[in-house]
Design a protein around this ligand. Sequence first.
Ligand code: ZN
Length: 144
Amino acid sequence: MVTPYDVVSKVVDPELRVVTIAELGILRDVAQEGARVVVTITPTYSGCPAMDAIREDIRKALARKGFDDVAVVTKLSPAWSTDMITPAGHEALHRAGIAPPGSTACPHCDSAKTLQISRYASTPCQALRRCLGCAEPFNAVKTL
Ligand SMILES: [Zn+2]
């Protein structure tokens, strides 16, 4: 039997599509109160526009498995930080060519010689860097 946690933990972050919200540490709790599924999430970067999309994705994923009564609760404390990204999340980012938070090494060739090109990459929570070793640009998740 599929539990609501199984469903919710597989929802991917709409901006960092290679990691799930569980791996990102956004997902705090999934509880069942009678027929209702109560999902508790903690926003990442304040004002992150992705949070509305995440709420929607959680509802849709649960509805597909027959869980129609869903409440998504936002919990602000303790505040999210990039420390909450799990080791599996770090690996998934690296595999996708994205430098995990705390790392500025090139995810392509592992060279430590990289430069920040822009404070903002495709999303506000990532910076754009270029590797001086292999010359490839890459996104790096900002440490928070
Ligand atoms: Zn490189």
